[in-house]
Write a protein that binds this ligand. Structure first.
Ligand SMILES: [Zn+2]
Length: 253
């Protein structure tokens, strides 16, 4: 029983513990090339949240990790079989209910640990912040916590070298041999502003990639995944710790 994982604890413990911050891991259930499982983003969210919370807890942060939400925004992958889209408006409704529970229980801080590029909680946080002014709501994308260039040869946008290495480290039994993986080659927008990154449009996934991957997975190893996971979770733990200890009325210096 890990004291920082809600689903592993009982009412007696929970009733008697004062928690400073809740962590909500948020994944997606979607195709990840031919070699990674649909649950890749959920596995990553669960493991990063748990390891970040473990380190933070040992440094005195009262963190409680909620069960991961398994469905992400997959509007661009509408034609990929069994990609389980949850619309942004539904996510807002789910998030509002979670925030309402925490608010009622006087846990005034929530961290959303996001694992999926299609999820974007910032506008939701703005709206819920108005409705629940006592709450400190924050989100992070763990995959942006450290520079992937320091760990991997090929850039990973989806199911590439980073994600494959991480799952080879965390759940190797769920990874098919890399010889079965597609090359993750992906087309880019013809429109210059979008290619440069300052303009944006959603990608129609199956027009961009043949194997659903965006990023070459073939140089992935468990060792790379382990080193990267350690670096990411150390940073995530520090973020959990800082949020736990932050004074909600004195956040700026
Ligand atoms: Zn993923």
């Amino acid at each position: 029983m890990r004291p920082y994982i809600l689903a592993e604890n009982n009412w007696k413990t929970v009733k008697e513990t004062h928690y400073e911050v809740a962590v909500l891991p948020w994944g997606a259930c979607e195709a990840h090339n031919y070699h990674l499982p649909y649950g890749t983003d959920i596995i990553e969210a669960d493991f990063v949240a748990a390891e970040g919370a473990r380190i933070a807890w040992e440094q005195g942060a009262k963190v409680i990790v909620l069960p991961a939400i398994p469905f992400g925004v997959n509007t661009g992958q509408f034609d990929v079989k069994l990609d389980m889209n949850m619309n942004p408006s539904t996510q807002l409704a789910v998030l509002r209910d979670v925030v309402e529970v925490l608010h009622r229980q006087e846990i005034y801080k929530l961290i959303i640990l996001n694992s999926h590029g299609g999820n974007d909680f910032r506008t939701m946080i703005r709206e819920l912040g108005l409705q629940f002014p006592k709450m400190f709501l924050t989100s992070c994308n763990w995959y942006q916590a450290v520079d992937q260039k320091d760990f991997f040869e090929n850039k990973d946008d989806h199911a590439g070298e980073m994600e494959t290495s991480v799952i080879l480290h965390l759940k190797p039994e769920l990874v098919r041999p890399l010889s079965e993986a597609g090359d993750g080659a992906a087309k880019k927008f013809r429109i210059t502003g979008i290619r440069e990154g300052w303009a944006w449009a959603e990608r129609k996934w199956l027009q961009v990639t043949k194997d659903t991957g965006v990023g070459d997975p073939r140089k992935a190893t468990a060792e790379k995944g382990e080193r990267y996971f350690k670096a990411v979770t150390e940073k995530v733990a520090n973020y959990f710790l800082e949020v736990a200890k932050a004074d909600r009325d004195n956040l700026y210096a």
